[in-house]
Design a protein around this ligand. Structure first.
Ligand code: 3PG
Length: 305
């Protein structure tokens, strides 16, 4: 069977080789399309039985063009780029690869925090992380890695996650909070790890951000869609001590940069999972999951049930 690996943002070379090895060893055929356009995707998917993607948009049009497609694996955590209802309508199984790139994202959180605390290394006097408090919004795989690293910096840690029992957080030295307003009001830094869903979209705005303590920093390595950008801009205008750093440009990036200069920073492309290790882990897991599904219906990480 044919497995299409389509990534607008390519994996590291070693990861591509490892993915190819897994697919070839299973007796299936791999087609690789990197930096492809939408037209390339619609064309390449025609004969695919399995599809591996990253944040590439996979909607009904793609599925309509793929009569043989049985399984899509998102090599990564967030699957807001895949139309799950359309996949279900086409009897296609959609899976993600939870945990495979979470350390990479968590390490970037601290790269970004230190950069903001040192005023983007512009030579002026900054501040340290030791003894400061960090609020982690969603205590999944990335949130837990963030907590692990924060302990090394000597930070106090709180987390909010309605799906995680208090004891799980407490066992990791994290204080649970149960109200998002409390999370923002209590912590010098708030790191977002919530998925982009109808409930979370535009949910982080003026009220929450302006309740942060003096010199607060909001770190977003989740999705730009969870931010209410006009609300965040208003908060940053009123409070010149607040800062925002995001692993992906907001829609109003120019306005943010013109108004707030060194108080904001955005990566041009999402960089959280862009390490050799994360590419390898997520890519190989995706290949193994596609094959396990095609061979015997294995669907442990199915997200469109
Ligand atoms: C994820 O959801 O796994 C991360 O946001 C990484 O996305 P990427 O594969 O597009 O870099």
């Amino acid at each position: 069977m044919k497995i299409l690996v389509f990534t607008e943002k390519p994996f590291a070379q070693a990861a591509v080789k490892a993915i190819a090895d897994v697919i070839n060893a299973s007796g299936n055929e791999m087609e690789l399309v990197e930096r492809g356009t939408r037209a390339d995707l619609l064309n390449a998917v025609k004969e695919a039985d399995g599809l591996i993607v990253r944040s590439d948009i996979i909607d009904a049009e793609v599925m309509n063009a793929a009569p043989n497609l049985k399984v899509i694996v998102r090599a990564g955590a967030g699957y807001d780029n895949i139309d799950l209802q359309a996949a279900t309508n086409h009897s296609i199984c959609v899976m993600n690869t939870p945990g495979q790139n979470s350390n990479a994202v968590a390490e970037l959180v601290f790269g970004m925090i230190v950069m903001m605390c040192r005023n983007q290394y512009n030579g002026t006097s900054g501040s340290e992380l030791k003894g400061k408090s960090l609020g982690i919004y969603a205590f999944g795989q990335v949130g837990r890695n963030v907590a692990r690293i924060a302990k090394g910096f000597g930070m106090k840690i709180q987390a909010l996650d309605v799906f995680v029992p208090d004891e799980v957080m407490e066992a990791e030295g994290v204080t649970p909070v149960h109200d998002v307003h409390e999370l923002f009001a209590n912590n010098n830094f708030v790191s977002l790890h919530i998925p982009a869903t109808p409930q979370t979209k535009n949910s982080i705005g003026y009220d929450l951000v302006s309740s942060m303590p003096k010199n607060g920093v909001l770190i977003n390595t989740a999705r730009k869609e969870v931010i209410d950008e006009p609300g965040l801009i208003k908060a940053l205008e009123e409070r010149p001590d607040l800062r925002y750093v995001s692993d992906i440009k907001p829609a109003a990036d120019k306005e943010f940069e013109e108004k707030f200069g060194v108080r904001v920073f955005f990566t041009p492309k999402k960089m959280g999972a862009q390490t050799a290790e994360a590419n390898f882990n997520a890519g190989v897991a995706a290949a193994e999951q596609v094959i396990a599904f095609l061979n015997n219906g294995w669907n442990k990480f199915q997200v469109n049930k």
